[in-house]
Design a protein around this ligand. Sequence first.
Ligand code: F0G
Length: 480
Amino acid sequence: MSIKLSSGKEIPIEMHKTRMVQKVRLSPVEERLKAIEEAGYNTFLLKTKDIFLDMLTDSGVNAMSDNQFAALMKVDDAYAGSMTFYELAEAVEDILGLKHVMNVHQGRAAEHLIAKVFAKPGDIVPTNYHFTTTKAHIELAGAAVLEIYMDEALKTKSTYLFKGNMDPQKLRNAIKKYGKDKIAFVRMELTANLLGGQPFSMENLKEIRRICTEHRIILVLDGSLICENAYLIRQREKGYGNKTVAEIVKEICSLGDLFYMSGRKNTCVRGGLIATNNQELFDKIKPWLPVYEGFFTYGGMSMREIGAMAVGMREMVDPDVAGCAVEQIKYFVKRLDETGVPVVTPPGGLACHLDAMKFLPHVPQSQYPAGALAAALYIVSGIRSMERGTISMDRDKEGKEVFADLELTRIALPRRVYTISHIEYAIDRINWLYKNRNLIKGLKFVSEPPVLRFFLGKLEALDNWEKDFSEAFKKELGDY
Ligand code: F0G
């Protein structure tokens, strides 16, 4: 939650206490420069010993609760038929209202199975916006993603509260154009990650549900960030202010045919799941589970993680859990917006996103401004962020660059991990970056994998901009 101080200032406040800690180190700028060079200007390739605040992602790095740690210890380890799996199934039914569930090792494994079973070569998958791994699996199945977002979605500075909405008219047009038999399924992502963690409204979901029902098309929900979306619906959508996050989560799930999630975010563990009330759809996927993931009652996850997931599933709808990142992000974004730093507004449910095209207008997309900004942020702060722009898009079949709709540098907030002083530090260093933005130039690839290149690709700084840039930092702020 956020709390109003007597000065009138509003701050996010942690509704938990820290009883176990992990030491972090802030290395001097010279060391950071060396580390990013060795990592090929790719923050994925940094080692955590060189990182001060790891804001790469909120995936698999959230703080578990005391009850989750307790659950790790009392699992029923069995290859088949573990009672721990049935504890999770009960939690899924109670919280999501879905009767059938299978675990998978993480979210992309769910995407693999769903794409494999429901998408054929030549099919189309309309979505409010793609996610990197989703797109890869849909394309590997021979189908194509069709982005159907609202026009407002690509405006990084906006007051539109639901930039994750799908445009219903464009969906109708697409069904008409391709024919309903060519639509493998419609996919709605909560909250739309690559748009800047932007939520969709319940009203929009209901409308998309109606269209899918009318044309008998399967509606798939990617619920990796369902609780943040529900929390934002509660804060922003008329008629939902008096509902609980738990009620909203259930209502969302009741509107999909198939639900999947990466459990690495909301449930604060490492794993994923697919769930549904539709037995027929479930039975189509189930035979493939032991082929790719593992037997039905573990699906590639460790039983310990399934035990912790069962607890995390019940805890994730607590507004203090669902809202902890949202409130920190709101504060983070507001403070930067106030000083004129180009950030994605309104704040979303995943991270603070810098708009790299506005931040570095002198760096063309072909020189990867969002990647350059992530590298620069690391050099001046030891903070690891993530490029979410053209580097995160793969080349097309002819090898041509596909420019991303948005060039974002994402500074994610893992749940219950960082404090307001960490955020203050990040705000200060981003302001310094903005003042010195002209010293930042582009990047170029020196080694480029053919698929999901952002994970393992290596780049270098054009014209060695990092030299003058780090010198300017040292001159003003010293080693740290
Ligand atoms: N769907 C969404 C909306 C996601 O954000 C992610 C992962 C996945 C699917 C895939 O799940 O990682 O468990 O296989 N997002 C992470 C991120 C990686 O950093 O945003 P996964």
